[in-house]
Design a protein. Structure first.
Length: 88
């Protein structure tokens, strides 16, 4: 297979290949092509993903209903609980 790229892009590929420790662009591209892609969901199972989404939905509804706390006050309280003084 042949892939046509501009000279500018090829120069960039040469730099990236060298920075990654590859002796040539072909080896670099082959390594990229064989590298497994990360699942955009991370390591969550389908069930964990559903539960996480439900928890997010619950939190959003609680905030929309007027729940929650002021972030600054919550952070200051956490700091006090851990023995940190207030910033001046």
């Amino acid at each position: 297979m042949q892939i046509d790229v501009s000279a500018e892009h090829y120069d960039g590929l040469v730099r990236h290949a060298a920075a990654a420790g590859y002796g040539n662009v072909e080896a670099f591209i082959a390594a990229l092509a064989n590298e497994p892609t990360a699942d955009p969901r991370g390591t969550l199972s389908e069930d964990e993903l559903r539960r996480s989404a439900a928890e997010c939905d619950h939190g959003i509804k609680a905030i929309e209903a007027g729940g929650g706390r002021d972030l600054r006050e919550a952070m200051l309280e956490l700091g006090r609980q851990r023995g940190y003084g207030q910033a001046q």
